[in-house]
Design a protein around this ligand. Structure first.
Ligand code: GAF
Length: 390
C-alpha cells in the first residue's frame, strides 16, 4: 500500500467519507553538503522513495483537525485548533509541524480550515527528513484545498522557505532549508545541486544502478532530535565566526582565504569554519564528477566529508563511525553520515557486486559492538512532493 492509500484509508476510517485530495512529500538523503545550508552554501540531496502523505478535505469553520496513522495501525488525533488562534507553542509534539505550516500559510492568505490525516513510511528520527516531509505534504494539501494548482519550480522554492519558517519559528528548531527544498524540488533520477545563497539549482542525473553502483542507507537507529542536539550550538558557532570574519555568511570564505581566516579565529570556532568551507568545495567537486559521468570517483570525497564531520564539526557518534568504517572496510567506495548528525543515518556507495558483503559486514560489526541492529536499504533518487489523487 502506498503512503497516499494509507492516508486516504485512515481518512475514511476517521471521517466516514473520501478525502477531497491526497498530497505527499518524500524524505531525503543528502549525498553531500552537510551544515552548509544555513551558511548560504551548496547541498546535493536526492529524494527517497519513502513518503508522508496528507489526505484532506476543507472545512468552512477555520478549524484544523489533525490525525496521524501510527506504524501500529492506530490513528492518533490531536486536539482541533482554530487557525486564527494558532501561535507558536501550542500544539506541540508531532502536531506542531503541520500546525506550524498552517500558521505560516495564514500570513499568505490561506486560512481556511481543513481535516487532515497523515500517514507514510519515512523513518522518524533517522536523519532522513521526516519532519520536512510532513511540512511539505501539509503545505501542498492546504494550498491545494484552497484551490491552488501544482506549484512551479519557483513557487516550490518559496513554499520550502515557508515550511522552514514553520519549523524554525513555530516548532522552534533552528534548521536550514535543505530538507524542505529537497522534498519539494527533487526529481526522479537526479540529485539536486542547490546554491542556497542564490537559490539557483541544477538537476544532475544520478543513475547509480546504470553505473553498477548502489547507495546503501544505514539507519543506525540512534534517534536524533535537532531541538535537543548540538545542532543549534554549531549553527550559532558558524554565525559567530562569520561575524568575526566580517562576512555575511561562511559561504564567502573560499579555499584560498581559508588558512588566513583560520588564523584569526578562536580555537573552538576554527574547525567549524574549516568544515563548512571544505564541505562546500566537496559538494562542487562531487557535482562536477557526476556531470562527467564519474560516479565511482566520488567515493574519496564522501570519505573526506565524513572525516570532516567527525573531527572538525564533531557531529558524528560511535554508531555512525562504525557504519562508515565497516562499510568501507568491506569494499564500499565511499561512506559518510548524512543529515544533521548526532545519530540517524549514514550512506555508503557500493558496487552492486559488493552490496551483500557490505551489508553483512555492517550488521556483524553492529552485533559485535552490542548496538541495535541497523536498518539497511538501497535508495534511488525518487520524485519530489506532489498531489497523488484528486
Ligand atoms: C538537518 C537540517 F534540517 C538541515 O537544514 C541541514 O542543516 C542538515 O541537518 C545538515 O546538513 O537535516
Amino acid at each position: 500500500m502506498t503512503s497516499a492509500e494509507a492516508a486516504a484509508g485512515a481518512f475514511r476510517t476517521l471521517h466516514g467519507t473520501e478525502p477531497c485530495g491526497v498530497w505527499s512529500a518524500p524524505g531525503r538523503v543528502n549525498l553531500i553538503g552537510e551544515h552548509t545550508d544555513y551558511n548560504d552554501g551548496f547541498v546535493l540531496p536526492f529524494a527517497l522513495p519513502h513518503r508522508l502523505a496528507a489526505a484532506g478535505s476543507p472545512r468552512d469553520d477555520k478549524v484544523l483537525t489533525l490525525a496521524t496513522l501510527g506504524s501500529d495501525g492506530r490513528i492518533q488525533q490531536a486536539d482541533p485548533v482554530r487557525i486564527p488562534d494558532l501561535c507558536p507553542g501550542e500544539p506541540d509534539g508531532w502536531a506542531a509541524y503541520p500546525a506550524g505550516v498552517a500558521w505560516v500559510l495564514r500570513e499568505h492568505g490561506i486560512d481556511g480550515g481543513a481535516d487532515l490525516v497523515i500517514a507514510g513510511d519515512v523513518p522518524t528520527g533517522a536523519g532522513l527528513s521526516s519532519s520536512a516531509a510532513i511540512e511539505c505534504a501539509v503545505a501542498l494539501a492546504l494550498l491545494g484545498l484552497a484551490g491552488h494548482g501544482d506549484p512551479d519550480r519557483a513557487r516550490r522554492a518559496e513554499i520550502a522557505r515557508w515550511a522552514q519558517r514553520a519549523e524554525n519559528e513555530f516548532v522552534g528548531v533552528p534548521t536550514g532549508v535543505l530538507d524542505q527544498t529537497a522534498s519539494l524540488c527533487c526529481v526522479e533520477g537526479h540529485v539536486l545541486f542547490l546554491d542556497v545563497r542564490s537559490g539557483e539549482s541544477e538537476q544532475v542525473p544520478f543513475d547509480a544502478e546504470g553505473a553498477g553502483l548502489r547507495v546503501l542507507v544505514i539507519d543506525t537507529r540512534v534517534k536524533h532530535a535537532h531541538g535537543e542536539s548540538g545542532y543549534g550550538e554549531r549553527r550559532r558557532g558558524t554565525e559567530r565566526a562569520a561575524e568575526l570574519l566580517g562576512v555575511e555568511a561562511l559561504r564567502e570564505v573560499t579555499g584560498d582565504g581559508l588558512s588566513s581566516a583560520l588564523g584569526t579565529l578562536p580555537a573552538e570556532l576554527a574547525p567549524l569554519v574549516r568544515h563548512v568551507v571544505t564541505e562546500n568545495d566537496r559538494v562542487v567537486e562531487v557535482a562536477r564528477l557526476l556531470r562527467e559521468g564519474r560516479m565511482a570517483d566520488i567515493g574519496p570525497v564522501l570519505d573526506a566529508s565524513h572525516v570532516s564531520m567527525r573531527d572538525d564539526y564533531r557531529i558524528s557518534c560511535p554508531e555512525l563511525d562504525l557504519a562508515v568504517d565497516s562499510a568501507r572496510e568491506a569494499g564500499a567506495l565511499g561512506a559518510r553520515m548524512t543529515g544533521g548528525g548526532f545519530g540517524g543515518s549514514a550512506i555508503a556507495l557500493v558496487r552492486d557486486t559488493d552490496q551483500q558483503a557490505v551489508e553483512n559486514a555492517v550488521n556483524a560489526a553492529f552485533e559485535q559492538a552490542g548496538y541495535r541492529k541497523p536498518r539497511l536499504f538501497t535508495a534511488v533518487p525518487s520524485a519530489g512532493a506532489g498531489q497523488d489523487r484528486p
